[in-house]
Design a protein around this ligand. Structure first.
Ligand code: FDM
Ligand code: MG
Length: 211
């Protein structure tokens, strides 16, 4: 295009409990960025399309059992295997919008009773998201959106513990969004935040997570 290069792309992550609307908001943001002519890639973790992702999928669907630490490391490996692609996209000035990231990894394993620091270690050094949108919803409200699915972890009691770990992980720079608001209102809030901060981030080098 004839537009001057704007610097690197922005890494945007969506986190939140099941039924918080993450996937909807990711889609809306990706569609919006495309509509204004931006290059954008939409990723989600777990990425079930790879060999590692297939093992994760089997575990989530309950067709296989895996030891808790082992599955944790597979989720992390599933992120690491996509790092070359993420870096390349960002280098090319592409927005990367990600549905779940290392925070899900920590929240779901720590919710089983494991040490948060241990859970963070394998993901230390991943590309650090520029923006983290946390879609905040109570487990009660999430349940009013219809019953949970059939996959592992889709139980109210477990989701409650996941939410507690997210609370511990949240830092000041997370953008916490009230997930009970109207989805269009949430989308506007998110895109405004992104457009406001885009220039600033595109000029700062990508950092490494938890280092
Ligand atoms: N999940 C997801 C984890 O346990 N660890 C991780 O690192 C990630 C990325 O996998 F229950 C859990 C969260 C969820 C399940 O996620 C599948 P999706 O978003 O429903 O596909
Ligand atoms: Mg799910």
């Amino acid at each position: 295009s004839s537009v001057a290069r704007r610097g690197r792309g922005i890494l945007v992550v969506f986190e939140g409990c099941d039924r918080s609307g993450k996937s909807t908001q990711c889609r809306m943001l990706v569609d919006y960025l495309k509509s204004i002519g931006r290059d954008v890639a939409h990723l989600r973790f777990p990425d079930r399309t790879t060999a590692i992702g297939q093992s994760i999928n089997d575990y989530l669907q309950g067709t296989t059992e895996l030891e808790d630490h082992a599955i944790h490391l597979l989720f992390s490996a599933n992120r690491w295997e996509s790092v070359p692609r993420i870096k390349q996209l960002l280098d090319n000035g592409t927005f990367v919008v990600v549905d779940r990231y290392a925070f899900s990894g920590v929240a779901f394993t720590a919710a089983k009773g494991y040490d948060v620091t241990w859970c963070k270690n394998p993901d230390r050094g991943l590309p650090d998201p520029d923006l983290i949108f946390y879609l905040d919803i109570s487990t009660k409200d999430a349940q009013t959106r219809g019953s949970y699915g059939e996959e592992r972890y889709e139980k109210a009691e477990f989701q409650e513990r996941v939410a507690e770990i997210y609370e511990q992980l949240k830092s000041n720079d997370w953008k916490v969004v009230d997930a009970m608001k109207d989805k269009n209102e949430i989308h506007e809030e998110i895109r405004n935040t992104l457009l406001e901060l885009e220039e600033q981030f595109s000029k700062t080098p990508l950092k490494r997570l938890w280092t």
